[in-house]
Design a protein. Structure first.
Length: 542
């Protein structure tokens, strides 16, 4: 959510208020009736602009006015949050119930926003965590277990945020539950008596149920083979609400399985989603687009398919750079920017482990953000620590599906399992074997032939260790690369522009150099020059 200056807030809120039919007699009657019938509501001080907003919001939900709801959700709600609730929670659902005639469907949607605001701006208590879970259960039960498709339509951005926030709160609860040393006896008793709250099974069940109900897998398979998705949609899948929730649940499962450390199953979930398709559904929501490529790239990295990881990160970072002027106006701008910084960090590590020529723009951004770390990653004495720091910053916050055994009397004295530390050790174990490869590569690039003993002396290792290192470099220079089909499929291909062979005690080296794209270089610098001239002209006018 963006921050605004005071004058801007006032102006923007005035615009928000003017958008609602405050002068409407029906609205005045609704507000008057609400004031007269609810003593509890009278006791809660809710600004008039917020009352009007909630009534207007409710009307558009009832009318399934998706276009207006998009504006309300993306802009109006966030502007009112900045004005009135930047450091406080929105009015409790019970307080605004009379305004919406106690409409339980709307109140469930409002609670989703209410608890999400608490998670993002305030510190959620254990009661908030439990009640939010119960509200998600009510929402998904209504969508999944009603007789026939429910008469509800919501903007794609909101539908994605529902799935995204559902998974985030599950992740947050798992990490909260895992840290028990600072918890009171009351909190521990609460957790012990409610072990099924935010259970891994219940979260996975919701996501798989949404996929099954919407028949989105069948729809994507038909589309992949050139058919019309409507052919396989069925009664539920033909409705945008179910179709998009099912689709976003696939991306949600990609994320959940990565958080649980099952990277193969994570990529398996994407079998029927074509990443290289320009009109893919995930591209309709920028946050979903970024999330998809972040977790696909990370899964590839953990599976040691660094070339595919580099391709995924480069693609989405190029997209973010090209659309920067659009998503800066989004309330999710900070999240997208942070995710972009994390992917640059992951890309830095992948390029070190698998040297690859990058797009010029991506390469220049990488130098600006992580030039110092890139240099240290090539130095064996510093590399391991830098790898660890970058991984901690950029990796997802892994979770443990099972919490500590609270029935164990010694549980308070046990060291809690830290999933992030666990996967960091796994990643560093792989890196540790590759720590000398960048230095080895830098020496090989200087020669066409070189004696085994000479290279060993440069690296300060014995010749037998050098032979092992050369064999390792040879193996690492070939990886499975995705060509077509599912993301798990691929062909073994060379990933290095440096090749060598050994004959007795001599190493013969061949390097294939790719010509520089001078056209791109000139265009990029012409644009920079024009920006500088524009800035100078503006300064002169001022």
């Amino acid at each position: 959510m963006n921050s605004y200056e005071d004058d801007d807030i006032a102006n923007e809120v005035d615009l928000v208020v003017s958008a609602y039919p405050v002068q409407d007699d029906g609205l005045d009657e609704e507000l008057l009736a609400a004031d007269q019938t609810s003593q509890q509501y009278q006791e809660v001080q809710i600004p008039d602009v917020v009352k009007n907003f909630i009534v207007f919001f409710h009307r558009n939900v009832l009318e399934n006015n998706v276009h207006e709801l998009h504006s309300i959700y993306e802009h109006s709600f966030n502007k009112l949050t900045e004005k009135f609730y930047a450091k406080d929670s929105w009015p409790e659902p019970e307080a605004i119930a009379p305004l919406v005639n106690d409409d339980q469907v709307f109140l469930t949607l409002y609670r989703e926003l209410y608890y999400r605001h608490i998670y993002s701006r305030l510190a959620p208590t254990i009661e908030h965590r439990f009640h939010s879970y119960e509200n998600y259960c009510d929402l998904f039960n209504y969508i999944l277990n009603s007789e026939g498709p429910v008469p509800l339509e919501l903007p794609n951005q909101w539908l994605w945020d529902i799935i995204d926030e559902f998974i985030y709160q599950f992740q947050s609860f798992c990490n909260y539950r895992n840290r028990i040393k600072n918890k009171t006896d009351e909190e521990l008793a609460f957790l012990r008596d409610n072990s099924q709250i935010w259970s891994c099974y219940s979260v996975l069940n919701v996501l798989y149920s949404l996929i099954q109900k919407s028949r989105i897998t069948e729809q994507l398979l038909v589309s992949k083979n050139g058919g019309d998705m409507q052919e396989a949609a069925g009664e539920y899948g033909s409705r945008p609400l179910y179709k998009m929730l099912g689709y976003f649940s696939i991306v949600g499962l990609l994320r959940v399985h990565c958080l649980l450390g099952d990277f193969t199953l994570a990529l398996k979930m994407m079998d029927n989603i074509e990443l290289n398709k320009k009109q893919a559904l995930f591209a309709r929501v920028t946050a979903c687009h970024v999330t998809t490529y972040y977790y696909v790239g990370f899964a590839y990295m953990m599976m040691r398919r660094y070339a595919d990881a580099i391709k995924a990160f480069s693609h989405i970072l190029t997209f973010i750079n090209r659309t920067k002027q659009y998503h800066t106006r989004s309330y999710q701008h900070e999240q997208i920017t942070k995710k972009g910084d994390q992917m640059y960090a992951l890309l830095t590590m992948c390029v070190t482990l698998c040297p690859t020529r990058l797009d010029e723009n991506i390469h220049s951004q990488l130098r600006e953000k992580y030039a110092e770390q890139s240099n240290k990653l090539t130095k064996p004495e510093e590399a391991l620590q830098v790898f660890e720091e970058l991984f901690h910053f950029a990796c997802p916050k892994f979770i443990s599906p099972n919490g500590p055994n609270l029935d164990d009397p010694e549980v308070m004295n046990l060291t809690p399992f830290e999933p992030v530390q666990h996967y960091t050790k796994i990643f560093l174990a792989e890196v540790r074997h590759s720590i000398l490869l960048p230095t080895l590569r830098s020496y090989l690039k200087l020669y066409t032939t070189m004696g085994n003993a000479k290279l060993a002396s440069f690296l300060e290792i014995d010749p037998d260790h050098l032979r092992t290192l050369l064999m390792m470099s040879k193996v690492r220079s070939r990886q499975i690369k995705w060509v077509e089909g599912t993301l798990l499929e691929g062909e073994y291909q060379g990933t290095s522009d440096l090749d060598f062979c050994m004959k007795e005690d001599m190493i013969h080296i061949a390097e294939s150099k790719i010509g520089r794209r001078y056209g791109d270089w000139f265009l990029r610098n012409i644009n920079k020059f024009q920006d500088i001239l524009g800035g100078l002209e503006l300064s002169a006018k001022v």
